[in-house]
Design a protein around this ligand. Structure first.
Ligand code: FEO
Length: 421
C-alpha cells in the first residue's frame, strides 16, 4: 500500500490550496502509545497567493521525498515565500531540514514556544534562516490571500498554533481535530467511517489538555470556517462546525452535575491479606464524615480500570492503597497509575497508604509517582505493619478526616519531608 500512496498526486483542497502531504497506511502504532489500525496521514498544504506561496506544515522525515515531489508539482522552490509550522513534533517537521536546504530563503512562521523547538531542530543552522514569531492576530500576506495566526498552546505540545486562511474560510489546525486514519480519498465526506479514530485520538492526544482545548475552541468558534484542514486524517469540509461542537462535548465534564458542589475523593486499593483493605475502609469512613466530601471506595482486584477513567479525571482527590510485596507496590496499582498519563492530574490531592510485613516501601513509591503526576501530597502516607489494631484503625479514620479537610480548605497544606518516610 505504501508504494501506491507514494505515487499519489497533489490534491486540490480549495482555490489555489493543495494537499501535498503523505500517507502512512502501514503504521500500526504512533508515539509508541497509540494504536493505528489503518495507519495515518501527515497532511501538509501549499497555499498560493498573488505575491507569495506558503507551505503549511511538512511530514515525517521518512516521507520527505514524496512530500517534496508533490510540492514541486504545484510550486517552484524559488516561488515559496513562507513556511508555517503549526506544531514542531517530528511527524510534522521531519522534512523541514531538506525543504530549507532547497528553499533557504523561506520565512518560517512559528509560535513563541515553537521557536524553542525550531532552534533545537535546526541547531547551529538556526541563525541562517529568517524566523518570525507569530501570535494571535498576526498575519502574513500572500497578496490576495492572507494567513492569520491563532496561538493555541497544548493542542498538543506547548508550541501548537492554528492558521486561518481567512479569504477561503479554511482553518489549518495540525493535531487539533485530527485523527490517525489513512484514506487516500482525504475528505471527510468521502473516506471510510473514522468516528472511532476521531474519538480515540481525542482521548489520547487532547484529553490531558482539556482546558487548553477549551481555550483554542474559544478562539476558533467566532471564525468564519468552511473547512478544517488538520495534519492527520480526513480534511473536514463537510459540516466542519459539527466537529467543533463535538469537541465541545468531549471536553465537557460528564459527571459534575452528579456531585454538585461536593468535593470528590476516590480511594483505590489492593489488599493481599485484608489489612490494606481494613485501612481503606477506615480511611473511607473518616473522609465520608465530612458532609462536603463525596468519598468512594474501589477494590482494584476487579482488574479493569476503564470505568474509573472519567471518575479519576473529575475527582478532587485520589488515594491509593497498596501492600508492599517484594519491596514494591503491587502491579495493579502501578497499572492504574501508569494509565493516568491521558488525564490531567495536576493539582489534584493525592495520598498513599498500605500495610506491610517487613520494609513497607510501597507507600513512599506511590507517593513519588503522585508527585511525578504533579499532584499535591499534603499528608505523609500512612503505613501500618500487618493488620491494624483498633487504635491504628482510628489513625486511618483520622487520615481520611484530614484528607477531607484539606479538600474543603479547613486544613492548611503543610510540607512533607519524604526523606522521613
Ligand atoms: Fe501530529 Fe503532536 O504531532
Amino acid at each position: 500500500m505504501a508504494g501506491a500512496a507514494d505515487a499519489m498526486q497533489p490534491v486540490p483542497v480549495a482555490d489555489r490550496v493543495h494537499w501535498v502531504g503523505a500517507l502512512d497506511p502501514d503504521l500500526r502504532n504512533f508515539d509508541i502509545i497509540l494504536r493505528t489500525a489503518n495507519g495515518t496521514s501527515y497532511n501538509a498544504y501549499v497555499v498560493r497567493g498573488s505575491t507569495g506561496v506558503a507551505v503549511i506544515d511538512t511530514v515525517k522525515q521518512e516521507f520527505t521525498e514524496p512530500f517534496l515531489k508533490r510540492l514541486e508539482a504545484v510550486a517552484r522552490y524559488d516561488e515559496l515565500t513562507t513556511l508555517v509550522l503549526n506544531h514542531l513534533e517530528p511527524d510534522h517537521t521531519g522534512a523541514v531540514p531538506e525543504l530549507l536546504r532547497r528553499a533557504p530563503h523561506l520565512e518560517i512562521c512559528v509560535s513563541p514556544r515553537g521557536v524553542q523547538v525550531l532552534r533545537a531542530l535546526l541547531k547551529d543552522r538556526f541563525d541562517d534562516y529568517a524566523v518570525r514569531i507569530v501570535r494571535t492576530g498576526d498575519t502574513v500576506s500572500l497578496g490576495d490571500q492572507t494567513l492569520r495566526f491563532l496561538t493555541t498552546p497544548y493542542v498538543h505540545w506547548p508550541d501548537t498554533q492554528c492558521t486561518h486562511l481567512q479569504d477561503q474560510r479554511l482553518l489549518f489546525t495540525c493535531d487539533l481535530f485530527g485523527c490517525h486514519f489513512c484514506d487516500a480519498r482525504l475528505f471527510n465526506d468521502r473516506v471510510g467511517d473514522f468516528r472511532f479514530s476521531f474519538e480515540y485520538y481525542f482521548e489520547h492526544i487532547m484529553r490531558p489538555f482539556k482546558a487548553y482545548v477549551v481555550a483554542a475552541l474559544d478562539l476558533i468558534e467566532p471564525l468564519d470556517i468552511a473547512m478544517i484542514a488538520p495534519s492527520h486524517g480526513p480534511i473536514l469540509r463537510a459540516h466542519p462546525r459539527q466537529y467543533i461542537t463535538h469537541y465541545r462535548r468531549l471536553v465537557k465534564s460528564r459527571l459534575a452535575s452528579e456531585v454538585g458542589d461536593q468535593k470528590t475523593l476516590l480511594i483505590f486499593y489492593v489488599s493481599a491479606y485484608g489489612a490494606t483493605s481494613m485501612m481503606a475502609g477506615a480511611i473511607y469512613e473518616g473522609a465520608a464524615e465530612n458532609p462536603d466530601v463525596r468519598a468512594s471506595l474501589f477494590d482494584l482486584q476487579i482488574g479493569e480500570f476503564t470505568p474509573f477513567v472519567d471518575l479519576i479525571e473529575e475527582a478532587d482527590a485520589l488515594v491509593f492503597g497498596s501492600p508492599t510485596i517484594n519491596g514494591d507496590a503491587v502491579k495493579t496499582v502501578w497499572d492504574l497509575l501508569a494509565g493516568l498519563v491521558d488525564i490531567d492530574t495536576k493539582g489534584k490531592l493525592g495520598a498513599a497508604f498500605g500495610s506491610y510485613g517487613w520494609t513497607g516501601e510501597a507507600v513512599q513509591m506511590v507517593e513519588g509517582r503522585l508527585q511525578g503526576l504533579k499532584m499535591r501530597v499534603p499528608e505523609k502516607g500512612l503505613k501500618i505493619k500487618l493488620h491494624p489494631t483498633d487504635a491504628e484503625l482510628e489513625d486511618c479514620r483520622d487520615f481520611g478526616r484530614r484528607l477531607a479537610a484539606h479538600l474543603t480548605g479547613r486544613m492548611q497544606p503543610r510540607e512533607v519531608d519524604f526523606a522521613d518516610l
